[in-house]
Design a protein around this ligand. Structure first.
Ligand code: NAD
Ligand code: ZN
Length: 376
């Protein structure tokens, strides 16, 4: 049945308010307007960022909202003016858009397009309205992706067309987790062969950072997590040393500085707390160390630190979506994956039907899952 131009009724997981489980509802999804497309989702992953919103830690998000930003799907219909995509194309919705026109997109040193939620709300489409409603109420978009819905409307600036044969259950990892961790290493830090790296936090982001360190030829990769059950996978992906802060009486950065005779070349914070951001900075060498923040701290939390930590020569950086200019890079990364450049099997812990989404969040919170993939 041709659904072009009609309102589609479909299943979605709605977050009605912070602190509540998601609720599977029938929602109305309007047709795409100018420069938008409607996507039929095939698979979606669960990331900690979605969980931060459910817990109410990211204040800029409007409720009710359909979360999800790691998806893979197929174009159902396109709005006016869309010529680059057509129904049937396999695509990845991009939580960091690439408009191609703003000062960031025109600058080769950043991927942080000015259309991201950090400068303009992505809770609504560019025309400031939502395409979702449920029980007569407006439901908001999240990061323009809202992949926890069978159908989602996304602006073309935030859609990447991928290979027709891409495996969708793995391709969705390229919507956030893998490019974020991997790119922080190869793009943001530009890790060199023979160096020592420390990765704080061994979820989907941290393990992807380890894959990056290994690919970049790091000689030593120190993996840090409070949950020692994560160490097996970290080693599988290339960690050479695994340490649990709970096994030491002294602060973990002191342990790392001792282990490395002065600190690592590169450290990556893949957790999202102020304490671990500082620990990661203090773990890198006072003169030549670089520390990269990838984790998202709760809104409105401020960090205080001794300026001497930077005075001596350390570099402190942040990385969003791994520094990749999203629209042009995601198709290339997926092509490389299909040529077996990366083995991501260990990143997927569980594959569940979409209806079991709350179980997926339970598996993440309990530390049992790296990524749970939900299939529609
Ligand atoms: P995750 O929850 O799966 O992994 C975090 C890991 O950190 C867990 O293994 C946990 O046991 C460990 N941990 C927690 N507290 C710790 C501590 N004090 N010391 C050591 N280990 C500790 O999360 P994820 O999906 O891998 O995401 C990691 C972070 O990255 C989140 O904050 C997420 O919001 C953020 N993120 C950032 C971007 C970006 O573009 N920069 C993109 C996606 C996610
Ligand atoms: Zn994410």
């Amino acid at each position: 049945m041709d659904t072009t131009g009609t309102v589609i009724k479909c299943k979605a997981a709605v977050a009605w308010e912070p602190g509540k489980p998601l609720s599977i509802e029938e929602v109305d999804v309007e047709p795409p307007r100018a420069n938008e497309v409607r996507i039929k989702m095939i698979a979606t992953g669960i990331c900690r960022t979605d969980d931060h919103v459910i817990k109410g830690a990211l204040k800029s998000i409007d409720f009710p909202v359909i979360l999800g930003h790691e998806g893979a799907g197929i174009i159902e219909s396109v709005g006016e003016g869309v010529t680059e995509l057509k129904p049937g194309d396999k695509v990845i919705p991009l939580c960091i858009p690439q408009c191609g026109k703003c000062s960031s997109c025109l600058n080769p040193h950043t991927n942080c397009c000015l259309k991201t939620h950090l400068s303009e709300s992505q809770n609504v489409m560019p025309d400031k309205t939502s395409r979702f409603s449920c029980k007569g109420k407006v439901v908001y978009h999240f990061l323009w992706t809202s992949t926890f819905s069978e159908y989602s409307v996304v602006p073309v600036d935030a859609v990447a067309k991928i290979h027709d044969n891409a495996p969708m259950d793995k391709a969705c990892l390229f919507g956030c987790g893998f490019p974020t961790g991997y790119g922080a290493v190869v793009n943001t830090a530009k890790v060199e062969p023979g160096t020592t790296c420390a990765v704080f936090g061994l979820g989907g982001i941290g393990l992807s950072a380890i894959i990056g360190c290994k690919t970049a030829g790091a000689a030593r990769i120190i993996a840090i997590d409070l949950n020692s059950k994560k160490f097996e996978k970290a080693k599988m992906f290339g960690a050479t040393d695994c340490i649990n802060p709970l096994d030491y009486t002294k602060p973990i950065h002191e342990v790392i500085v001792e282990m490395t005779e002065g600190g690592v070349h590169y450290s990556f914070e893949c957790i999202g707390t102020i304490e671990t951001m500082k620990a990661a900075l203090e773990s890198c060498h006072l003169g030549y160390g670089t520390s990269v923040i990838i984790g998202e701290a709760p809104s409105a939390e401020l960090i205080s630190f001794d300026p001497l930590l930077l005075f001596t020569g350390r570099t402190w950086k942040g990385s969003i979506f791994g520094g990749w200019k999203s629209k042009e890079s995601v198709p290339r990364l997926i092509a490389e994956y299909m040529e077996n450049k990366f083995n991501l099997d260990g990143l997927v812990s569980y594959t569940l039907p979409f209806d079991e989404i709350n179980q997926g969040f339970h598996l993440l919170r309990s530390g049992m899952s790296i990524r749970t993939i939900l299939m529609f």
